[in-house]
Design a protein around this ligand. Structure first.
Ligand code: DHE
Length: 796
């Protein structure tokens, strides 16, 4: 295969040599070949062949008085030259892909360091600059196998230009360690086998044609072999417009040569990049208005998974040292099309245009802007007590069964609807924070606490005839969780006394007066990772749960992997017990006895179990890819006894963990059962002690039909799904909630706020028969629904 490549590029090189200038009559004893390229988002010179092969802005060496040749080959990234100002040398510009120029000259007869650079535009400023070192220590000749090395160079540069390493493992290409698409290490062999296989749907007859087709018409055949299962159609972009014909041919030839023709990666650019030494250049330029748009869109769509400082958690880290090598093309394809591992397809869903996906891709290659902090005083200054406690009702003013209210998130309206669970009437709709996330109830059930992603918290009094917001506060700029004090026992009665908010940014939690929301205390979660003890500047506060056992909150610190047990008996001086658990703690719930708290460490593929009575880690359970339980589901497995279940974002299954260390000791904190689902992308699962079913969604599946499909599993036969069906004809089915007596299940159909008739609705099912009972139509993007009674009592 190597020979083939040499033949192919022999033609090209004939052209290059004809184009060379400057050899003149001098006899050169040393030749260096440079090409233009990108490294970490910067334009650079790359060494080709010999000792400098693959090196960025290589140091060229010569003996004093030696005559050497420097050749520059344009790899397609604009116009370039080579200048050595001290020697008054400046080559002509190479403007076309593959065009070359060379210059032969005699270096000074003394030891000296001479700068060489590209004098075109600001290329030197942004990275194309190196040193020619004249020193008596250089003796050996620099032999350049020009032809074959240049072939590889075109291919590796094209891989970088296309950002292929963001999704694929590509031997010989530094930093190409992506796990979204197939591993290309043996692509030559694979392509040979594919064209002959029955499953192949494209029109190629040879391996080369197959590879070329994969680059120019990737949907002709979608590979079954991605790391997390079959690859997703439509994700791989076409490179027809991005790479030149010559580059596509080089890439094709290189891939066809694998595994035997793999280039050895130079020692200083190993395939597993050492993050501590990766140089970060300036990211691609963005106009001010594009930067401002991307900053806001990142906060709204991306920060939740990737972090405000982009250090990663539910989604991977997106700091420039990692994104620049992926490049704009690959990043925008991922942003637009999503991945099977849970990254939403923002473009296909209509949230970003292709152009906006590119702007976001460029934004991600720049340093994240520093977000502001928020002090207790600032929280207090903005706090609003709308109806003081003494002006509120002293008993329920309504004749409705307010404990059977559902507080329904209307996500994109920034509101919640309070819906009567008996009559399905909307009792009131109130404004809350931007993109409302969750609601929790006070221990008596009287108050609902609604938190938006923007950290705005609204307190609603459900005793009012028409429930209204009685207080507001903002304790974060980016938040996901709120909880209340629920304990009543020998240590005191703390019901309805305090509230706590958990913030993504700034990374802290805040303790508030439960009846007025007056800020009382703020505690930073910035700390050190539990395992390696590394400082983390942004450990976000994920789920928070109130213990029924003690006056304590269970506060999950995502990036440091610790569960903090916060005792609130003295909220101004709270004591915190730190329990080491697992990195990337996210969402979770209690077991049926309320003694144990089970929390998903989502990117660690684990469930951590905390014993709230003993205050220690009871277990750590290995589960599938990216578990996402919501609060999970508690039920009795016919074979394994009491279990708690979670579905996954990253794989098509539910797993069940044994939760009864006394009655079923052998199963306790073990992954005892896997129930397959028709697709991945699940967000929520739910059941009720009175129900024979477990309900599960697949909200983030990239197949629109599966995204609006829900399934039920019979507790009597949990080895498979009992029934799956589409909840509607548009949108995504998400989140379940039971009514107070456990006879009905409410499911949200999450639509598009901009499409009248398809904005969203709630679909209500009879839990016994699974028959649809009613729909509450024309709601704006309903997502979570929280029954007052079930939320107070942690029934799920
Ligand atoms: Fe949520 C719960 C975080 C995306 C709807 N979500 C939670 C909790 C956390 C969290 C930490 C647990 C709170 C608790 O129990 O105290 N959610 C995040 C994210 O970081 C993430 C992945 C990305 C983001 O940018 O926010 C995310 N969540 C979503 C959504 O896209 C959902 C479907 C719609 C939305 O609001 O944007 C969504 N999350 C929910 C709901 C719950 C929730 C409905 C409560 C479930 C329950 O039954 O308790």
């Amino acid at each position: 295969m190597k020979a083939l490549r040499i033949l192919f590029f022999g033609f090209l090189f004939a052209g290059i040599l004809v184009a060379c200038t400057g050899f003149g009559s001098e006899v050169s004893t040393r030749k260096y070949v440079l090409t233009s390229g990108f490294e970490d988002g910067n334009l650079v010179f790359l060494g080709v062949g010999g000792d400098i092969n693959g090196m960025v802005n290589p140091t060229l060496r010569a003996n004093p008085g030696e005559t050497i040749t420097v050749m520059l080959v344009n790899s397609g990234e604009g116009e370039h030259d080579v200048s050595l100002p001290e020697l008054k040398i400046k080559t002509r510009r190479v403007t076309e892909n593959g065009e070359s120029v060379s210059v032969t000259f005699t270096v000074p007869n003394e030891e000296v360091d001479l700068e060489y650079y590209d004098s075109v535009a600001n290329h030197a400023e942004i990275g194309m600059v190196g040193v020619l070192q004249v020193s008596g220590a250089v003796v050996s000749e620099q032999a350049v196998e020009e032809v074959s090395l240049y072939v590889d160079e075109v291919a590796t540069q094209a891989f970088k230009k296309g950002g292929c390493g963001a999704c694929h493992v590509i031997p010989g290409v530094s930093g190409a360690v992506g796990t979204i698409g197939p591993d290309l290490s043996e692509m030559g062999k694979v392509a040979d086998a594919r064209v002959q296989s029955r499953e192949y749907t494209g029109s190629a007859k040879t391996a080369d044609e197959y590879l070329s087709e994969a680059l120019t018409d990737p949907n002709a055949f979608v590979s079954p072999g991605c790391p997390s299962g079959p690859c997703q159609g439509g994700l791989m972009p076409t490179f027809s417009g991005t790479l030149s014909d010559q580059e596509i041919q080089a890439v094709t030839k290189y891939l066809a040569s694998l595994p035997d023709g793999a280039i050895a990666v130079p020692a200083d650019t190993s395939a597993e990049p050492d993050e501590s030494v990766v140089a970060v250049g300036a990211g691609p330029e963005l106009a001010d208005e594009d930067f401002a748009w991307a900053k806001q869109a990142y906060f709204e769509r991306c920060a939740g998974c990737h972090g405000t400082l982009r250090k990663g958690a539910t989604g991977p880290a997106l700091t420039p040292d990692l994104t620049q090598s992926k490049g704009t093309v690959a990043l925008s394809a991922i942003i637009f099309k999503g991945t099977t591992r849970g990254m939403p397809d923002w473009g296909t869903q209509g949230f970003f245009t292709q152009e906006q996906a590119e702007i976001m891709a460029k934004f991600l290659q720049n340093e994240p802007p520093a977000p502001p902090e928020l002090s207790l005083q600032q929280m207090t200054d903005a706090w609003q007590l709308i109806t003081p406690v003494e002006q509120r009702p002293t008993g329920p003013q309504t004749t409705r069964d307010w404990q059977n209210y559902f507080i329904v998130t209307l996500r994109d309206a920034g509101q919640v609807a309070i819906i009567d669970g008996d009559t399905y009437e909307i009792v009131n709709t109130v404004d809350s924070g931007y993109a409302v996330h969750i609601t929790r109830m006070s221990a008596s059930g009287r108050y609902a606490y609604v938190i938006g992603r923007d950290g705005r918290l609204a307190l609603i009094d459900l005793w009012m005839e028409r429930p209204e917001v009685v207080a507001r506060v903002q304790t974060c700029y980016d938040a996901r969780s709120v909880e209340v004090s629920k304990y009543e026992g020998p240590e005191g009665d703390f019901r309805d006394k305090y509230a706590i908010t958990g913030c993504y940014w700034p990374p802290h939690f805040a303790i508030l007066d439960g009846q007025t929301l007056e800020p009382m205390k703020v505690v930073s979660s910035r700390s050190y990772t539990f395992d390696s003890g590394e400082y983390h500047p942004e450990p976000r506060v994920a789920s928070i749960l109130a213990s029924h056992y003690k006056p304590e909150w269970i506060v999950n610190i995502k990036e440091t992997g610790q569960v903090w047990i916060v005792n609130y008996t003295d909220p101004l001086n709270p004591s915190i017990q730190m329990i080491n658990a697992a990195l990337f703690l996210h969402d979770g719930g209690l077991d049926s006895t309320h003694r144990y708290f089970l929390v998903a460490a989502n990117q660690s593929n684990k469930i951590a179990v905390v014993d709230l009575k003993e205050g220690n880690l009871a277990g750590l359970v290995d589960v599938g890819a990216v578990p996402h339980p919501g609060r999970g589901a508690n039920w009795i497995d016919p074979e394994f006894g009491p279990v708690w279940s979670t579905p996954h974002l990253g794989e098509a299954s539910i797993i069940s963990v044994g939760t009864d260390p006394e009655g079923h000791a052998a199963n306790a904190w073990e992954n005892v059962r896997i129930t397959p689902l028709p697709g991945s992308g699940s967000l929520f699962i739910k059941t009720h002690p009175n129900s024979q079913w477990i309900w599960v969604d697949m909200t983030l599946n990239s197949d629109p039909a599966l995204a609006r499909t829900i399934c039920v599993i019979a507790k009597a036969d949990p080895s498979k799904t009992y029934k799956c069906w589409e909840v509607g004809t548009y949108g995504r089915a998400v989140h379940f909630e039971y009514n107070k007596d456990g006879t009905e299940v409410w499911v949200s159909l999450w639509g598009d706020a901009a499409k009248p008739g398809e904005t969203g609705e709630i679909v209500i099912y009879d839990d016994a028969t699974l028959e649809e009972k009613a729909r509450i139509p024309d709601l704006i993007t309903p997502t979570g629904k929280f029954s007052v009674f079930n939320t107070v009592n942690d029934i799920y």
